[in-house]
Design a binder for this molecule. Structure first.
Ligand code: FE
Length: 227
């Protein structure tokens, strides 16, 4: 069995939100899909350990923000690698709420969809929530972020099949690539970290001491050199 076969399945990237009373939370998920059109229903798969899973079960509601390609990697990190149990993930985020009070992103969502839970399916580590759509809005024109785009472009790595691919151990300028041991983000000195004012051509060793992983917020000491 070659589980790499699963890598060829395509996905998008979404912010899934819910609430518990007046508390709101959200997380990144790649598994959202439409199930039927009459009535319009969608499904999403959410890890049982996540706070959003608890909130969806309590409120019977979830909302989807469809992320665009330009979504900053830091926003994905904020919602994808941190827990709402420790922080309010929406504290510094521009959001509005759906008719039933679920948050959705204003700046980086192409569309927002609200759904009322009609069934949840126990799927081992995850719950599959099926919801009937109760509100939907197109917010922007643009390209939706695919999971592949997120990995290949936003993380700065290039697939070997691409003409621009450079083997990691044959880097120009002799600068090493470092990988975050928490989330797998790769710091590529050729690209720097422009979202955080690190210019292309900055070696890892020259990053400021207070620089953190743009995805998960881990410090420099969480990084390891890739050989
Ligand atoms: Fe990280």
């Amino acid at each position: 069995m070659d589980l790499k076969a699963l890598y060829s399945i395509s996905y998008g990237l979404y912010l899934i939100t819910s609430k518990d009373g007046d508390q709101i939370n959200g997380q990144i998920a790649n598994t959202v899909f439409q199930i039927s059109s009459d009535p319009p229903t969608i499904a999403v798969s959410i890890n049982k350990q996540n706070l959003t899973n608890d909130f969806i079960k309590k409120s019977g509601l979830f909302a989807v923000s469809v992320l665009r390609e330009e979504t900053p990697i830091s926003l994905i990190g904020q919602f994808g690698f941190k827990s709402g149990r420790d922080m309010n993930k929406f504290a510094d985020v521009n959001y509005r709420t759906t008719p039933r009070g679920l948050p959705y992103l204003v700046d980086d969502a192409l569309a927002a969809i609200e759904a009322k839970l009609i069934q949840d399916v126990d799927a081992g580590t995850h719950t599959i929530f099926i919801g009937e759509i109760t509100a939907a809005e197109v917010l922007k024109q643009g390209n939706p972020m695919t999971y592949a785009y997120y990995h290949q472009v936003k993380k700065g790595s290039t697939p070997p099949s691409a003409p621009t691919y450079i083997k990691k151990n044959e880097r120009r300028n002799g600068m090493d690539i470092y990988e975050c041991t928490v989330c797998g983000y790769e710091y590529d000195p050729d690209k720097g970290d422009p979202e955080n004012d690190i210019e292309p051509g900055t070696p890892f060793e020259k990053l400021p001491d207070d620089w953190v992983c743009p995805v998960c917020g881990a410090g420099k000491d969480a990084f390891e050199k890739i050989d």
